[in-house]
Design a protein around this ligand. Structure first.
Ligand SMILES: *Cc1c(COP(=O)(O)O)cnc(C)c1O
Length: 358
């Protein structure tokens, strides 16, 4: 730390992204990216737009917002596009939370929430998951604080039904409820249509997982138009051109090809069930997942050891060191081929371990 670093950040613990090692070619099952490339039209759009990069991007994202309106069946005043959904989540923390408007979220969830709270000096409390790793919606009913919940949750993959989300939103009318739907396209119910009924609901989403654009950085928030106007005030006070030209062009093409991406999600969901079954046959306990990953533990091998053994063999999965979940690993669902390699490799590792113990 330099002597110039502001004391307001001196205790900040930054978010740690999933590792991207370059020493060899890995099968990447650690950051929940799509295993499928963007569609042909998206690639063409990027190429065409590259020739106009001397010009600023459209701060209103006009063509993209129009398509968002069509695909999500909402008014264009009710959506804001951002540089990944991490940006809209930070904007929401900045806009709606402060010393006297604290926020709550589950103890096991997306690691960026406590970081954004610390960054913006927002008091926060965490609520433990139930013993089965699910969120008890009753814990949030009438809590009288701002709330952020990832639905499906990460890294568990478990989801709340829409009626429970609605109870949380309806019972906290004087607080903002943020539902982070980064993984909603893999089988959970979206709360987007509830934004028409409740002025305190903000739904966030991303093109990083279900729409193959993790590297383009495109996210969004959907909510009542006053909420979106507030978020725009924050956006225009930080970075009006937050979505670059190429990403905007690619995002439009992706929404035009929405069926291709939703079909890929179906394939991922099939591969998820296939992987879950195979892991269970090998003795894993696997949480029910509505996301593009599974969260699994095995009684014969620790989470850390399995992670390291797979890494040695060229497969990356995500291990977390938090006490409550250190026995688990989060495994991104890829193509059938990728999952077969994973399953075969884990089977080898378990056999080697059994032989050692003989
Ligand atoms: C991946 C993820 C995001 C954000 O991803 P971006 O790439 O910034 O859009 C947000 N929330 C959760 C729970 C995620 O897993």
């Amino acid at each position: 730390m330099s002597k110039f670093f502001s004391s307001k950040y001196s205790t900040l613990e930054a978010y740690v992204p999933g590792e991207q090692p370059k020493d060899m070619k890995y099968i990447k099952l650690n950051t929940n990216e799509s295993p499928f490339p963007p569609s042909e039209n998206a690639l063409l759009a990027a190429k065409e737009e590259a020739g106009k990069l001397q010009l600023y991007s459209d701060p209103e994202c006009t063509p993209l917002v129009k398509r968002m309106g069509d695909v999500f069946k909402i008014d264009k005043e009710c959506v804001l596009m951002t540089n990944g959904s991490d940006e809209i989540i930070n904007f929401a923390f900045m806009a709606f939370c402060d010393e006297s408007h604290p926020i709550v979220f589950p103890d096991i969830t997306y690691g960026f929430y406590p970081v954004f709270a610390e960054l913006n000096h927002i008091p926060y409390t965490v609520i433990p998951l139930k013993d089965d790793f699910s969120i008890d919606y009753n814990d949030y009913v009438g809590i009288g604080k701002n709330i952020i919940i990832a639905n499906p949750n990460a890294p568990t993959g478990m989801a709340l039904p829409l009626w429970q989300i609605e109870k949380i939103v309806a019972s906290n009318p004087d607080n903002v409820v943020i539902i982070d739907e980064a993984y909603v396209d893999f089988g959970a119910e979206s709360a987007v249509q509830l934004t028409k009924k409740y002025d305190n609901l903000l739904v966030t989403g991303t093109f990083s997982k279900s729409r193959s654009l993790a590297g383009a950085r495109l996210g969004f928030g959907i909510g009542n138009k006053e909420l979106i106007a507030d978020l725009n005030t924050v956006k225009y006070s930080t970075n009006p051109y937050n979505v670059n030209r190429m990403t905007m062009a690619v995002g439009c093409a992706v929404l035009d090809d929405n069926d291709y991406y939703m079909n890929n999600c179906k394939t991922v969901m099939e591969n998820r069930e296939y992987t879950k079954n195979a892991l269970e046959k090998m003795g894993f306990f696997v949480l029910p997942s509505f996301a593009n990953f599974v969260f699994a533990r095995h009684s014969e091998i620790s989470g850390a050891e399995l992670y390291l053994e797979l890494k040695k063999r060229g497969i990356l999965i995500r291990h977390f060191t938090k006490e409550k979940i250190k026995d688990f690993n989060r495994i991104t669902i890829g193509t059938k081929d990728m999952m077969d390699k994973l399953i075969d490799t884990i089977s080898d590792i378990l056999k080697e371990k059994q032989n050692e113990n003989l």
